[in-house]
Design a protein around this ligand. Structure first.
Ligand SMILES: *Cc1c(COP(=O)(O)O)cnc(C)c1O
Length: 496
């Protein structure tokens, strides 16, 4: 066969495209990537993926290797997370899919069937800090979203959640810990109250699941807690697997069967799926399975200890910077940093200017917008750091970057949305200020993006993110969501 392009040229172009990506290794990006720092694990994962490259994970009866690997991963996770023989599970393609399926299961159990079937709209109850995947789940599966305000450190009062438990609640979700602030939710109290009323209680341990078992001084949060009905734990985070792998464990076989979709009512092969996809890669499963076996609990523990040392060090650096503070009482290898409002404005360090400046020093931190809660209280703008084993190899440089950046932006006031708007053409400001004008069409949305300096010509993140985050926090959410949709959609529109 004569190829249109030579494989070597195609791969050379891919290499070049990859050069523009944020670096996935080396500890320079403190979100998105979870680098064990062990090159041999990456090699093992790559070989495992290659070994199953042509396999269809859709059907574990035809490709029996899939069933064996999945069973062994679930078994490992069940033992790690305190489950007994009543706990069963599934490997999914990621945290979002695990969360979606936990909600779908609970919804279908809530509805019931036959003469006792419930109608009406079930409710998903959670602290506002619950991962956005649960907003997506409520949206996809038709649940009412009931988000409870949290305290300034991202902590939720158990009583605030428990007070809202009622017959229409299909599922209450708590996090171990939350992504934005690393807050440990009150799992024991909430799960007990939910169990009393027969309500499902999901523990979202997508980020904590594979590292908290090895963390010190953590309140109980796993299947040893009465009333916990399901737990999500991402293999592609602190299981160090390549993207596309998470586990959803569920207590009680009978409940878990509601996770499945099965139909024989079409002329093709019977469909029996515990997960959302049909045909799917077995690659991430094989990689995660291989990594688990290589590391075992002792390897995972060793890597967690490295994360713990680096997290301690990062916290000490922030504590030592006048004008910045760690938000709340974080548990696990992640922290949120915000301006310290207790010092005079001239000494404060705005968290977003700081993140932009740290980036200029070679480290990519994640900016999180401020949020007005339903009770009117405001969660401050923060900057997020996820610490991984590789962080230890760059701790010196990272500490210097954090300290220098703070010196460089200390006293600089937070970007005000008025200042951002002042740089825009009058028509753009008028359009932004008029959210009642109805849904934006694509052309208008694109025009607004252009006026904001985020036109289709730009690729990648702007150099300074603080102004964008100020807009995200200040504009009406439906408008920002529409604009960001346009931004992402235009990114992949054909160019010629
Ligand atoms: C990452 C994360 C998710 C979503 O996981 P994805 O793998 O990104 O889909 C859900 N909950 C928490 C707490 C997370 O950290």
């Amino acid at each position: 066969m004569n190829f249109d392009h030579e494989p070597a040229d195609i791969l050379a172009r891919l290499d070049q495209l990859r050069l523009a990506d944020a670096p996935t290794h080396g500890g320079r990006v403190l979100s998105y990537v979870y680098d064990s720092g062990l090159a041999e694990l990456d090699e093992l994962a790559a070989s495992a993926i290659r070994a199953v490259q042509p396999v269809n994970g859709l059907d574990p009866t035809t490709f029996t290797s899939v069933a064996v690997m999945e069973r062994e991963v679930v078994e490992f996770a069940r033992n790690l997370l305190g489950g007994d023989e009543d706990v069963v599970g599934t490997v999914t393609t990621g945290g979002t899919e695990s969360c979606l399926l936990a909600v779908k299961t609970a919804r279908d159990v809530w509805r019931g069937s036959g003469s006792t079937a419930r109608t009406g709209t079930p409710r998903l109850l959670a602290p506002v800090t619950v991962h956005a995947a649960f907003q997506k789940a409520a949206h996809y599966f038709g649940l009412e979203l009931d988000l409870v305000p949290v305290g300034p450190g991202g902590e939720v009062a158990a009583s605030d959640l428990i007070a809202r438990l009622a017959d229409d609640v299909a599922i209450v979700v708590v996090s171990a810990p939350s992504y934005a602030h690393a807050a440990m939710d009150p799992v024991v109290e909430v799960a007990a109250a939910a169990a009393e009323q027969g309500i499902a209680c999901h523990v979202d341990a997508c980020i904590g699941g594979w590292v908290l078992p090895f963390w010190e001084d953590v309140e109980p949060w796993n299947f040893t807690v009465t009333g916990v009905t399901s737990i999500s734990a991402d293999l592609h985070k602190f299981g160090y697997a390549p993207k596309g792998a998470s586990v959803l464990l569920q207590r009680d076989r009978d409940r878990q069967r509601a996770q499945y979709f099965a139909t024989t009512r079409w002329p093709g092969y019977p469909i029996v799926n515990p997960t959302i996809l049909g045909s799917k890669s077995a690659g991430p499963l094989a990689a995660a399975w291989a990594i688990i076996q290589a590391l075992g609990t002792s390897g995972l523990a060793e890597l967690a200890q490295s994360c713990a040392r680096s997290t301690r060090a990062v916290r000490d650096v922030v504590d030592g910077i006048d004008g910045l503070r760690i938000v709340g009482d974080p548990v696990g290898p992640l922290v949120a940093v915000s301006a310290d409002e207790t010092v005079p404005a001239g000494r404060r360090v705005d968290a977003h200017h700081w993140a932009d400046q740290v980036r200029a020093h070679g480290f990519l931190l994640q900016l999180q917008p401020s949020l007005v809660q339903s009770d009117g209280t405001v969660l401050p703008a923060t900057t997020h750091l996820t610490i991984t084993p590789v962080t230890e190899s760059v701790l010196g440089e990272l500490s210097t970057a954090m300290r220098s950046a703070a010196e460089e932006v200390r006293g600089l006031p937070a970007v005000s949305v008025e200042n951002v708007l002042a740089t825009l053409p009058a028509e753009a400001v008028a359009a932004l200020g008029n959210p009642d004008a109805g849904p934006l069409d694509s052309a208008t949305a694109a025009g607004l993006l252009g006026a904001l300096g985020l036109g289709s010509a730009s690729e990648g993140l702007p150099e300074r993110m603080a102004p964008l985050l100020a807009l995200i926090a200040a504009l009406p959410a439906p408008l920002t969501e529409r604009l960001l949709t346009e931004l992402l959609a235009r990114l992949i529109e054909p160019r010629n």
